[in-house]
Design a protein around this ligand. Sequence first.
Ligand code: ADP
Ligand code: MG
Length: 296
Amino acid sequence: ATPTALLVGTGRGAQLGILIKGPEVLESTRSIDTVVLDKTGTVTTGVMTLSAVHAAEGEDEKEALRLAGALEHASEHPVARAVARAAEEQVGELPASTEFAAHAGLGVTGVVDGRTVLVGREALLRDHGPAVFPAALADAKAQAEAEGHTAVVVAWDGRARAVLAVGDAVKPTSAEAVMALRSLGLTPVLLTGDNAIAAKAVAAEVGIDEGDVIAEVLPQDKVAVIKRLQAEGRSVAMVGDGVNDAAALARAELGLAMGTGTDAAIEAGDLTLVRGDLRVAADAIRLARSTLGTIR
Ligand code: ADP
Ligand code: MG
């Protein structure tokens, strides 16, 4: 490879909105056969909103939202922002929380108004001792997930009290991007910490096969998924935006970070897609391959 031809490639990249760490990273695009896409913030907008509150019998929806919002106020997670924002709009000023703890990929816990409150996935409740989960709430959770939403459980004092349906939209360009990646001979895989049903709904919307959805992966386990694919003999590009994607971006043969994402992802990636447009991931791989083609 002549350095000059590679640098011409990187200059064209800048015009397309691709920042390349160094020309040597392009070399890996020759072998890549799989592209792993993070869901939230990469395939979807990552801007979440609260769409419904389902309270268990005898519980008050507003009270559940008030306590959940008070806790989520302290979290930076997109789900937390949606809950806190909706709570402020619908309830007004929120009480303070103490003993706040964030549990990566699961949710948050703390004390509000003297109650021990848990907000997050059902697995978070299981991790914190026995909790009653009323059947009507299980139905509400299943319904929210079938609609492609993230079901957020609100529990306090050993009992699930409400389910909040939170969701974001698929980016308008994602389906086209998946098609473009396929046309480069790559198999798209969707990787997320979110629930499997919501993840499959998003996959169907953008044209990823149901069998290529890897869901409910804890943040620290995303890198293990990349290693597993590599152990199967696959050569992997990873596209992500979150702190929880950083290790996977670094481990993949080619890491592509969304420019709209976190600093941790951008630092870990080989390339940055400046505008956060997934279609540019395909442009980047096509450009790299054609650049290498001219200097082979
Ligand atoms: P992703 O891989 O989609 O970016 P994360 O690994 O950050 O997702 O989180 C996985 C799941 O954990 C979320 O879909 C949500 O159900 C739950 N979760 C994480 N943080 C919170 C929080 N602060 N409040 C409520 N739920 C949360
Ligand atoms: Mg993300």
